[in-house]
Design a protein around this ligand. Structure first.
Ligand code: PLP
Length: 417
């Protein structure tokens, strides 16, 4: 069971803050994402406290959870945003984040996205190739602007994490290789509509060992020195996101303070502003996916299944990355059974847990899939004609609907017969 200050049993019923998950399911239906606002605030404050000695700016990586209320809560705490597309930029602006607190990333930005970012007045764009630098220069020229740009460097550090979420290895598509930098610097000298203001990296996600950050930051620092020697006035060093969270109580995440301990002494003497782009760290454990058990069944091997009303269309991480999510019965049961928790989608990979010991709940009862705040709703889909679920935010005993459940009409609204 995941130890959480925000999702706890009171009188044998799982609550989010002071609100019973059973009541939320009765009011809003299932599947339902339930987010604790206080959990978001606590994660953000813990992060900020760890890095308080370092002049820095935290840009929440919106891709982890782009609900406007989630972005808005983090923005109220002072965060800017890291966005990866026109859609995410639009969302951040709609959530009330000032454009000058937004950085625009992405390995394949379209021209219209570059125009949108420049016209919005974002703090900077992060460029990931020589061709992209040329495109930004041309578009900025057409708009009569000088674009503030950071170069995303590929530090060629292979962080130990799931292969689909490692990004700082030179065999991956991300960033510009170290070896290409001299060419980048000479190109920049010929691009009048670009102002190089930063260097950036992001080595992957769910990285438990701070040494990977140390190794990559050393490379970033070498490039920082080289670019300063060439006369570029670098104001920002962006270390990216990737800080870990606990999904499985048997594999507790390295505390953020251990990352700060290593990084602060390396970065503080430089006199630049450091940018962090945490996504998962801020939001993963702030939400659960609440789902109802439709059927219990067992097969000829006596294997037990809980068939629930949520599936990979709401939370694809187990199918995509074999990720672990704790699953808890909403009513506390002394007895437990070993079962697979599976969804209704026509794919064998549609599961939340396999052969897991879970409270012996009956059909019609609720289960909570824990740690569903990051890379969950945002990766949702309409596969199998599924409707995107509702989302609520809880703050103490207050509940706010932050996303309406999709309707059948909305499912076909953009289609023409
Ligand atoms: N920054 C960049 C460029 C990313 O690609 C990602 C995730 O893919 C993040 C930040 C956020 O990573 P995390 O959610 O692991 O903190």
């Amino acid at each position: 069971m995941l130890d959480s200050n925000f999702f706890r049993y009171t009188a044998a019923k799982l609550h989010c803050d002071k609100v019973s998950l059973e009541e939320l399911a009765a009011t809003f239906g299932t599947p339902l994402f339930v987010t604790s606002r206080r959990s978001l605030i606590e994660s953000c404050q813990t992060f900020e406290h760890a890095f308080k000695e370092l002049p820095h700016f935290t840009c929440y990586s919106v891709k982890a959870n782009f609900n406007l209320a989630v972005i808005g809560t983090l923005a109220e705490l002072g965060c800017g945003c890291d966005v990866n597309s026109a859609g995410e930029l639009y969302r951040a602006l709609q959530a009330g984040v000032a454009a000058e607190k937004i950085i625009f990333a992405g390995v394949g930005k379209r021209a219209d996205e570059i125009v949108y970012a420049l016209e919005s007045g974002v703090l900077m764009l992060k460029a990931e190739s020589l061709s992209e630098l040329q495109a930004i220069n041309r578009i900025a020229g057409e708009l009569g602007q000088r674009a503030a740009v950071a170069i995303r460097i590929n530090p060629n550090v292979t962080a130990e994490t799931h292969p689909y979420i490692t990004t700082g290895d030179s065999k991956e598509k991300f960033g510009i290789d170290e070896a290409e930098l001299p060419e980048v610097f000479s190109l920049l000298a010929s691009l009048p509509h670009i102002k190089l203001v930063g260097l950036d990296m992001h080595i992957g996600s769910q990285i438990f060992d701070p040494e990977y950050y140390v190794a990559a930051t050393m490379k970033l620092l070498a490039m920082f020195k080289a670019s300063r020697a060439l006369g570029f006035a670098i104001e920002f060093l962006d270390i990216g996101g990737g800080f870990p969270v606990t999904y499985d109580p048997l594999k507790p995440a390295t505390p953020i303070e251990q990352f700060a301990e290593k990084l602060i002494p390396m970065l503080q003497p430089l006199g630049v502003k450091v940018i962090f782009e945490p996504g998962r760290y801020l939001v993963a454990n702030a939400s659960v996916l609440l789902t109802r058990i439709l059927y219990k069944k067992s097969n000829h091997t006596k294997k037990q299944f809980f068939v629930v009303d949520a599936g990979m269309t709401e939370l694809i991480r187990p199918a995509l990355y074999q990720s672990h999510h704790e699953v808890q019965s909403v009513t506390f049961h002394e007895e437990s059974i070993v079962a697979d928790v599976v969804g209704p989608i026509c794919e064998s990979s549609d599961f939340f847990a396999r052969q897991r010991s879970i409270g012996a709940a009956e059909e019609g009862e609720l289960l909570a899939v824990m740690s569903s705040g990051a890379y969950a709703a945002v990766m949702g889909s309409n596969y199998n004609g599924r409707l995107r679920p509702a989302e609520v935010m809880v703050d103490g005993s207050e509940v706010r609907l932050i996303r309406k459940r999709e309707t059948l009409e909305q499912l076909v609204q953009n289609e023409l017969l």
